[in-house]
Design a protein around this ligand. Structure first.
Ligand SMILES: CC1=C(/C=C/C(C)=C/C=C/C(C)=C/C=C/C=C(C)/C=C/C=C(C)/C=C/C2=C(C)CCCC2(C)C)C(C)(C)CCC1
Ligand SMILES: [Fe+2]
Length: 527
């Protein structure tokens, strides 16, 4: 399995024509742009964790029935410094790096404080974000990197901190119908406070500032104080509905004192995160109009979640669908020392990922008796019990087990919806299938093929979309058999049958997330 997780991948910056089998609809024109780790060894040094690898951005361009593949390492400051030194000199989440291994601790500290290496990594390997006409590679630090979506060339480095005081920000922003970005980040011990900050990046800039970036007009919408100054919660995504922003404050927390001393203690940042199974998970609903958390305190049992699927309002309730775990074993699973030939044995999750639905009642009867289930939606078995102190305790409904990397038809984001597209996983990090889950009937359709490891499936709506699932699914497929070439799979989203595949004879990397950019959104001047 080293072939898939650990081996450095070659970049292919010049377009390679793929061999298309089947029929691609003529309206499918644009670029599927994806991001993920591609290099885990630099010289003699190796990262510890799969999420540490150097960002390799790749794309499939659809043009008049043909498909072209490209890939290019993000030329981040991190990449450039590492390559120049021929060793890992910039720390990542799971790997603490020391620029000169021969130095003693004091010399190392001096080197660190004198900024001979970039302060924090700009190895943006998780996702792609669109702001206005610009595309950025993103991770979870305060740095994002602009890229050219046509050539995959790396452009300027942007520090969120110039516009909003956050040390961490998610790589799963939301977009409203006008294309404005909504994201959130954590401001750590800033002016004596630790808080979660929700901000908006407009999709356009005033006419007289045409050359400037939308980030210059970033606006803080509101913030939620962290329950603890030195132990803010870790989060990887959040949810939105028409009137609310949903933030789940899980008991998977950062320890700020440990983080601040990690470098000198010789441990990685990941070791400064811990799961407190005795704590509660708080569900915050922030009213978009008042910019405040609703007054009732809502919680559920301790859990860990990375991906929100969707959320919506229905008859005075907020419905929140997430992929959850009973602990943080997912992160442990991706340590490279486990991802070898023995992977199925070494990397066992303690529970398979579960897609759960939480339902929060809004305008409930304040005089209801303690112990009453306040959820009145007939379609769900999720409950919300009123407690003595006025808090509400939510218990979810299980929608489906064994799915991760969820996507939806994004036109239904924040609205009542029916279909989830995701990869299927059981106990180990091997994505065996892609699935379409009908949350109404709980029926599942899936696609699988021997030796195929499918990536996150992306839904592309058809131009004459009438129903939610009128469109295509795009998923890049890595193969574990070296005799079988990888390909980009195109499925009919309704029936989940194969429409076409575009095979490329390259060492395709297993990636994380991405976007499909329809031709109309592509600025052809930059080509
Ligand atoms: C802490 C801190 C810091 C740092 C930071 C960092 C460096 C971060 C990074 C981070 C990161 C970098 C993260 C990542 C994450 C990711 C995730 C969370 C993911 C998830 C995923 C999943 C869920 C998966 C899935 C899959 C695949 C991919 C394949 C196979 C199959 C499966 C499905 C399993 C600083 C210094 C600034 C300061 C402050 C604090
Ligand atoms: Fe993610």
């Amino acid at each position: 399995m080293d072939v898939i997780f650990g081996r450095n991948k070659e970049e292919h910056p010049e377009p390679i024509k793929a061999e298309v089998k089947g029929e691609l609809p003529s309206w499918l024109q644009g670029i599927l742009l994806r991001n993920g780790p591609g290099m885990h060894t630099v010289g003699e040094t190796k990262y510890n964790h799969w999420f540490d690898g150097l960002a390799l951005v790749h794309s499939f361009t659809f043009k008049n029935g043909e498909v072209y593949y490209r890939s290019k390492y993000l030329r981040s400051d991190t990449y450039n410094c590492n390559i120049e030194a021929n060793r890992i000199v910039v720390s990542e989440f799971g790997t603490m790096a020391y620029p000169d291994p021969c130095k003693n601790l004091f010399a190392k500290a001096f080197c660190y404080l004198s900024h001979t290496i970039p302060e924090f990594t700009d190895n943006c390997l998780i996702n792609i974000m669109k702001t206005g006409e610009d595309y950025y590679a993103t991770s979870e630090t305060n740095f994002i990197r602009k890229i050219n979506p046509h050539t995959l060339e790396t452009l300027e480095k942007v520090d969120y901190n110039k516009y909003v005081a956050v040390s961490l920000a998610t790589s799963h922003p939301h977009y409203d119908s006008a294309g404005n970005v909504l994201n959130m980040g954590t401001s750590i011990v800033d002016k004596g406070k630790t808080k979660y900050v929700i901000f908006k990046i407009p999709s356009s800039v005033p006419e007289n500032e045409k050359k400037k970036s939308c980030l210059k007009h970033l606006e803080v919408l509101c913030s939620i104080p962290s329950q603890s100054l030195l132990h803010p919660s870790y989060y990887h995504s959040f949810g939105v509905t028409e009137n609310y922003i949903i933030f789940i404050e899980q008991p998977f927390k950062l320890d700020i004192l440990k983080l601040a001393t990690a470098y000198f203690r010789g441990v990685n940042w990941a070791s400064c995160l811990s799961f407190h199974k005795e704590d509660k998970t708080w569900i915050h609903l922030i009213d978009k109009k008042t910019k405040k958390d609703i007054s009732t305190k809502i919680y559920t049992d301790a859990m860990v979640l990375f991906h929100h699927v969707n959320a919506y309002e229905e008859d005075g309730h907020v419905v929140i669908d997430v992929i959850s775990y009973p602990d943080n074993s997912l992160y442990q699973m991706f340590y490279l020392k486990n991802l070898n030939e023995e992977l199925e044995k070494n990397t066992k999750l303690t529970a398979i990922p579960a897609c759960k639905r939480f339902v929060v009642p809004l305008g409930f009867d304040k005089g209801a008796e303690v112990g009453t289930n306040l959820v009145k939606l007939p379609s769900t078995t999720a409950t919300a019990l009123k407690e003595k102190d006025g808090n509400i305790y939510c218990q979810p409904e299980m929608l489906c087990e064994g799915i991760e990397l969820p996507r939806i038809n994004y036109d239904y984001n924040g609205k009542k919806y029916r279909y989830i597209y995701a990869t299927e996983v059981r106990w180990s990090p091997v994505p065996t299938k892609i699935a379409k889950v009908d949350v109404l009937t709980k029926k599942k359709l899936s696609w699988e093929e021997e030796h195929c490891w499918p990536a996150e499936p992306i839904f592309v709506p058809s131009p004459d979309l009438k129903e939610e699932d009128d469109g295509l699914i795009l998923s890049s497929i890595v193969t574990s058999d070296p005799r079988k070439a990888p390909f980009l799979l195109v499925l009919d989203a309704k029936t989940f049958t194969e429409m076409a595949r575009a095979t490329v004879n390259v060492d395709l990397h297993l990636d994380l997330h991405g976007v499909f950019i329809p031709e109309k959104d592509l600025n052809t001047e930059r080509e």
